[in-house]
Design a protein around this ligand. Sequence first.
Ligand code: NAD
Length: 485
Amino acid sequence: MTDLQPKASHFIGGAYVEDTAGAPIEVIYPATGEVIAVLHAGTSAIVEQAVAAAGAAQAEWAAMTGTERGRVLLKAAALIRERNRELSVLETHDTGKPLQETLVADATSGADALEYFGGLAGSLTGEHIPVGGGDFVYTVREPLGVCLGIGAWNYPTQIACWKAAPALACGNAMIFKPSETTPLCALKIAEILIEAGAPAGLFNVVQGFGETGAMLTGHPGIAKVSLTGSVPTGRKVAAQAAGMMKHVTMELGGKSPLIIFDDADLESAISAAINGNFYSSGQICSNGTRVFVQKGIKEAFLARLAERLGTAVIGDPMDEATNFGPMTTKAQLEIALGYVAKGVAEGARLVTGGERIEREGFWMTPAVFADVTDGMSIAREEIFGPVMSVLDFEGEDEVVARANDTEFGLAGGVFTNDLARAHRVIGRIRAGSCYINTYNLTPVEAPFGGMKASGVGRENSKEAINHYSEVKSVYVCLGKTEAAF
Ligand code: NAD
């Protein structure tokens, strides 16, 4: 095995733990197809151990002041920043994403979350509410208990931190189950939190497939489940959690619209379409995969887009000049290539790309379809790969109606130099994360999450506090209490 093989599969109670009775999980480097580590899925014994460790740590952690908790999170953020390169190299092995990306978008984004919520931890307070006659109500924001985070495979470090940072700031403990595809990075976050002073058991990592996720979701010791994953998985996890009346946050998939009016800055709009379709080889939930381009600029847009795609550097993800890497799994590559074939079969025009690259690993070229119509599979279904659909439109009302005609509602963007139109159009888009004249930026200060089938709840920003704590209200009577009889 390579030197990327961790000491053991799980991290529980502040230490690495193994149970080889769990099903093997092969970790594959997407750029070569090589197996770089083998782990084991969490068994029921591992799940019990993790829930017990998290429960014990949570009581200790919640008794600390917010400022003390914040100090630990800030220390962890500093350690992540110090080790950014090492963590980025690991993230690239886990996901195949180019080092050029992982150096700036993964561990650093995790550190942002730990800094932001570490800074907030000491200021999480309730309210004082006068209710007449001298009486008042005060509110207390209490942690939920042990929270479960379940991750997708596209941003393993970021997802672990985006869930852990607000959960821990609020006084909860966390058990994190990474995606079985990318299990390595969260273990490093667990190590770092211990080094930063977190109590043993505060942040635990349990590996596994959906089955382990379901075992954890159904455990009575878990108070809340936060999932990042697909809509079908979200429906299952939310249903299981609802049966036990647990809190949920669901960060799910999308098929988001990016609307480009003919007065837009064309180069910026093309940059947004490239970022929103091909960054991380298109494996981003909020991607603007339905690019609506107003008819007058369609041919200019397509010509310049194809020209710029011709300059993409596809190759070794460890080479910092590379800006387009492999797909993370063979299965996801097959899905994306399957959609390219479907797009052609359903009559869309393949402008460029969409070919498998014949080399070791899971490679394809970025694909752009033009003349896509609303009913085509490539315009309706989430592909989660580098396949852009360009659709033409004429007017504002028409494009808004078509943009909203989807079960998803994760993100949406508009490009125009008409200020009033920009706000008018975004005001009518049914999506949780919207953009004007840019796309796909996710600063920790801003809420992130979806409407409709794309999710429930929000990550990041002060909003996330509401999803990792609950409010107790206390009525205080200063006078006498009377009764009718
Ligand atoms: P997935 O739904 O297949 O798996 C997500 C996670 O859920 C994995 O850890 C998996 O093991 C676990 N899981 C599967 N079945 C489960 C069950 N029954 N109970 C508990 N856990 C279970 O998703 P994926 O293929 O890993 O990721 C891609 C999807 O994630 C895409 O749809 C993408 O849009 C979405 N995503 C959303 C966001 C967001 O923030 N909205 C971010 C990244 C990815």
